[in-house]
Write a protein that binds this ligand. Sequence first.
Ligand code: AMP
Ligand code: ZN
Length: 128
Amino acid sequence: MCPPGARAPYDARVSTDCLFCRIVAGELPAQVVHETPHALAFRDINPQAPTHVVVVPRAHHADAGALAEADPALAGELLRAARAVAESEGIVESGYRLVFNTGAGAGQTVFHVHCHVLGGRPMTWPPG
Ligand code: AMP
Ligand code: ZN
């Protein structure tokens, strides 16, 4: 059963103290731009580019490595969802960057795996 206000399908493997689990559950607001049965994409609250969307699996996995180990098919769905976001945002032609910050030392602050989709401006390399 879905609790009131939850976005179906509700996944019982949510953690109530995880920010992105709470967004997935509909407990916190988000500007959703794309949904699949197992993934949700919403605008980053602190955008670093004209397009900055985070794509998360509905199920909780701490980071990209943990997700790939536990559920490779879901990792693939996350990448497909990221591509769909790039298409709907109109940044495929100009190019876009997918980022999985993994570990605090790499800048990960939310320990529910998420793919940043960044685009709409030139990207520099190396990243900061
Ligand atoms: P990271 O630093 O790679 O873990 O990315 C976490 C991202 O989540 C950051 O870019 C934040 O700006 C973003 N963020 C934090 N809280 C929210 C929120 N409530 N809604 C949307 N994005 C958020
Ligand atoms: Zn979570």
